[in-house]
Ligand binder design. Structure first.
Ligand code: DGJ
Length: 549
């Protein structure tokens, strides 16, 4: 069976070799995977960080340098490198879109403006100035391929199908490649929709009846903004009449998603690996200030209708509001698949948290080989350095990520088997602040807890063991009397959750490590070490206890 997405305990899970699999991954910088030689050290860093997979661009320009002439030597070499290290790959198809632009289209596509038209954000212009921010009085030159270009869609789909054909031939047996992202951060910048004569005519024409009906039938899951636009619009008519205020964005989403679906469909017809679409978040901005038409959460219903071949929508998370974004992308029961995220000091805690709390399909810091290095100016800007939280301004420590990565990689079969159950939970300092005491007494604040069938684990992130405020704790219950705890910078209290047996005593607390999946115990903790049980640096504990009257 090839890699697939299946429900396990009602939760969508990536199955690899018939077993649930979580991608503890990293995405490389855009240009790295164009050179297998350059990648040698990058793979080594990934292995040190405990990663089990890499997200690697596979670019249209290198795969089809001349129309109809394909070259798969680079992806083939990358697959060989992954196999040599027992790692997996998610390829990122940089085709017609890369960050709402078309820089990875081959030269023969870029240069043929007639056959492969550019999007017009100003009527009649192939390249226009787009205002990046309302407060910065500069216009950046902008161009991208039109989402209405039928020849572009066909050519992209043909190239992608050829790529999937190569994967099928070279990899369907070993299954090193477990998923493919179709395009990268799709959408249009600078305007909410294209304004060519063709686009204007389509926008004024009636909305396809099946799509209008679908949108009216799915208002229950929609965000408020789209729901109210749909409910206050007409049942049929032009895009403006049916979708009112949201018409431009829904029009763009309809055409972008249909384009991406055509590419995905052509690929799946050859080799049906799970396929994803990643997203440059809207960050509450106005359409056009973010790639409009891309799979931001408010247009997921549009994408559902137009892109049934896309299995999962993925947020690229650089903003500080991490939990809000994860909740937004999982609110309709979808899997959490984060292909890109920031490398500040919440990076490793978020790895643990997304696995433990969201039962994530993928967590992947972008440019992970930068972990441990001072931020560049661009990273500082991207990661929200203007905020007050010091953890967002501090680079992730390499050893800390490596320690968590190794622990989770070793534990992955156990963790993934618990996906979709409440046996696996997590809390973090970033996402679960203590509930303040009603009288404001700082000592009375209630710390976050994880509640299991017979026990409760209460986790304190405040205090001397967590000076940086970026602690995290994951708990995997093995039974009513036994669990694994992974965490750092936290204090732990085990309590009974059984009203019949309200007392709990610890029986065994072991520190240790996993090697090839087997537990190698270290110290047996007791006395001072359990009287005030805490984890300062990343560690795993094996805990046994019992409850009594
Ligand atoms: C988001 C894109 O999807 C990535 O390819 C990369 O360009 C990053 N931004 C850069 O931070």
């Amino acid at each position: 069976m090839i890699p697939t997405i299946q429900k396990q305990n009602g939760h969508p899970v990536l199955m690899v070799g018939g077993k649930p699999f979580a991608l503890l991954a990293g995405e490389v910088h855009n240009s790295d995977s164009s050179s297998p030689a350059y990648m040698e050290t990058i793979w080594d860093i990934a292995a040190q960080l405990g990663m089990n997979a890499l997200l690697l661009p596979a670019t249209w320009e290198l795969i089809e340098p001349e129309e109809g002439r394909f070259d798969f030597s680079v992806p083939q070499a990358l697959i060989d490198q992954a196999r040599a290290r027992d790692m997996r790959i998610v390829f990122l198809w940089f085709g017609s879109w890369k960050n709402a632009e078309c820089m990875y289209a081959p030269a023969w596509v870029k240069q043929d403006l007639k056959r492969f038209p550019r999007a017009q954000i100003e009527k009649g212009r192939n390249k226009a100035g787009r205002q990046v921010s309302p407060t910065i009085p500069i216009k950046m030159p902008y161009t991208t391929l039109s989402y209405l270009g039928q020849a572009t869609r066909k050519a992209d789909a043909k190239a992608f199908a050829a790529f999937m054909g190569f994967l099928k031939d070279y990899d369907s047996e070993k299954q090193t490649v477990v998923a493919v992202q179709v395009e990268n951060e799709t959408g249009l910048l600078g305007a909410a929709r294209e304004v060519s004569d063709e686009a204007d005519a389509l926008f004024a024409a009636p909305v396809p009846a099946d799509f209008a009906a679908y949108m009216r039938a799915h208002t229950d899951t929609m965000t408020e903004e789209i729901r109210s636009a749909v409910l206050s619009g007409r049942e049929s008519g032009s895009w403006q009449e049916v979708f009112g205020e949201a018409a431009d964005e829904i029009f763009s989403a309809y055409h972008v998603a249909s384009f991406v679906n055509a590419v995905a469909q052509a690929g799946k017809a050859v080799y049906p690996l799970p396929m994803s679409a990643n997203c440059w978040l809207d960050k509450g901005g106005r359409p056009g200030s973010y790639p409009t038409g891309g799979p931001v959460s408010k247009v997921h219903e549009v994408w559902d209708f137009c892109a049934p071949n896309i299995d999962v929508y993925c947020p690229d998370i650089y903003v500080p509001q991490f939990k809000a974004v994860c909740d937004e992308f999982t609110r309709r029961g979808g899997a959490l698949f984060i292909p890109e995220s920031a490398t500040h000091s919440y990076c490793a805690p978020r790895l643990v948290y997304t696995v433990g709390h969201y039962h994530a399909m993928c967590y992947s810091p972008f440019g992970f080989d930068d972990i441990g290095k001072p931020f560049t100016a661009v990273q500082g800007f991207l990661f929200g350095m203007d905020v007050s939280d010091p953890a967002l301004k501090t680079p992730q420590r390499f050893e800390e990520y490596a320690a968590f990565g190794q622990i989770l990689r070793e534990m992955m079969p156990r963790l993934a088997a618990a996906y979709g159950t409440d046996r696996l939970q997590a809390v973090s300092a970033e996402t679960d602040p203590p509930v303040p005491a009603p009288d404001g007494n700082p000592y009375g604040a209630i710390p976050p807890t994880m509640d299991f069938r017979t026990f409760r684990l209460s986790v304190r992130f405040q205090g001397p063991m967590n000076p940086r405020g970026d602690g995290v704790c994951l708990c995997l219950a093995v039974s009513d009397t036994e669990c694994w705890v992974v965490g750092s910078a936290c204090g732990l209290s085990f309590l009974s959750a059984d009203p019949e047996k309200p007392n709990l005593d610890l029986l065994q607390v072991e520190e240790g490590r996993f090697e090839h999946g087997a537990w190698i115990p270290g110290r047996r903790l007791n006395g001072d070490e359990t009287a005030s049980l805490s984890l300062e640096a990343p560690a795993v504990l094996h805990v046994k206890f019992f409850t009594y009257e």
